[in-house]
Ligand binder design. Structure first.
Ligand code: RB5
Length: 367
């Protein structure tokens, strides 16, 4: 286990004592981020930030912070997203802050906690695992709250991203599906493959947690996805063509379905089917549709998912037109749009140019 330590002048002596104990333990690798004496005053937020960034960034498994009371350090560390610092004064709260709260940083008071007791607190805290089954849901809510607050504080005009893909494999396969001579079977396979390749980029920020595994040689520290819940929601029917490619990489995602048709009079999309996972409000949601053309269906699908409680929504398309991107972002400015390619414009019939024609017809051979 990689443990990073930090203190101000008031926590220096306790930090040194804890460091001495930890460095003698064979499974622990200790890094000390200072300070290096008890005489020169330093500002605890500076040290707390460095330690918290290291832990939240996955470069250490746990952090230990020491100041006069432990309070300032915990307040400062908790400003870093992904840092869950617990200010602890006794053995029982040390245990519970791990078992129930999954704290990854422990903050102790060098002037307020007896140093022998502090050593015991550190031992218990490092040894206690998180009780995933009972408390995972609550911990996830903290993470969700953190993400939403960050977005909200970023300001009203915070816009979702348009992410396009430059990977040669994706570009190559997009070229093949554009080709009108590509047969239905190959087209269908390519759509799944491109959707699967896009998943790498889309899931880039998934949270990880540190785990211990036993290799055939020895015990090792490794990473595991921190159990984030996801939902893939194809817009019928063409969206179905992307689902399996995504599920191959994230098999635990739940799949919802949305059916929309265009009212011949108003030309507005009308819902004819909607079945979503029951806990949609807790999930990262990927609405998928190969073509983002006018954006009417995509914007309506996002509306629908939001009305059912969905909060964290992204749109995934193979080919997007600027008109569709504009429409979705004008109605849903916070939604990220992932598109393998961004094309030139729509023609008079609402088809993307150059595009690939009607994705549904080409997937299902119904032309
Ligand atoms: C430093 O004197 C002291 O205020 C600091 O170490 C800490 O207790 C803050 O919470």
């Amino acid at each position: 286990m990689r443990v990073v330590l930090g203190s101000d002048h008031a926590g220096f002596e306790l930090k040194e004592k804890v460091k001495e104990t930890l460095t003698s333990m064979k499974d622990i690798v200790v890094s000390d981020y200072g300070t290096d004496n008890a005489e020169t005053p330093v500002d605890y937020p500076d040290i707390a930030r460095e330690v918290a960034m290291t832990v939240a960034g996955g470069k250490a498994d746990k952090g230990l912070l020491f100041c006069g009371t432990g309070i300032g350090m915990s307040i400062a560390a908790n400003k870093v997203p992904g840092a869950y610092a617990a200010h602890v004064c006794c053995e029982e709260t040390a245990r519970l802050s791990r078992a129930h709260n999954n704290s990854n940083i422990l903050a102790l008071g060098g002037r307020t906690t007896d140093h022998e007791k502090a050593l015991e607190i550190v031992r218990i805290w490092l040894e206690t695992p998180f009780e995933w089954d009972r408390h995972l849901n609550r911990f996830r809510k903290i993470q969700l709250f953190e993400e939403e607050t960050g977005r909200a504080l970023a300001g009203k005009d915070s816009t979702g991203r348009l992410v396009t893909f430059e990977h040669p494999l994706i570009k190559h396969k997009i070229g093949m599906i554009r080709d009108e001579t590509t047969p239905v079977k190959v087209f269908r396979e390519l759509v799944q493959e491109i959707a699967g390749l896009m998943v790498y980029e889309i899931t880039r920020d998934l949270p990880l947690e540190s785990v211990r595994v036993k290799t055939p040689i020895t015990e090792a520290q490794a990473w595991s996805l921190a159990g984030k819940k996801m939902a893939v929601i194809p817009i019928l029917r063409a969206g179905l063509g992307m689902v399996d490619g995504i599920l191959q990489l994230i098999p635990n995602a739940k799949v919802g379905h949305i059916g929309l048709y265009r009212d011949p009079e108003t030309l507005e999309p009308v819902e004819y089917y909607c079945k979503l996972p029951g806990d949609i409000e807790e999930r990262d949601i990927y609405i998928v549709d190969p073509m983002l053309a006018t954006g009417g269906s995509a914007a309506a699908a996002i509306d629908l998912v939001k009305r059912r409680g969905g909060r964290r929504i992204a749109l995934v398309s193979l080919i997007a037109a600027p008109e569709g991107v504009e429409k979705v972002h004008s109605r849903h400015p916070e939604v990220d749009i992932f598109a393998a390619a961004l094309d030139s414009h729509l023609n008079d019939h609402g088809y993307i140019v150059p595009g690939l024609g009607d994705a549904g017809d080409r997937l299902f051979g119904t032309k």
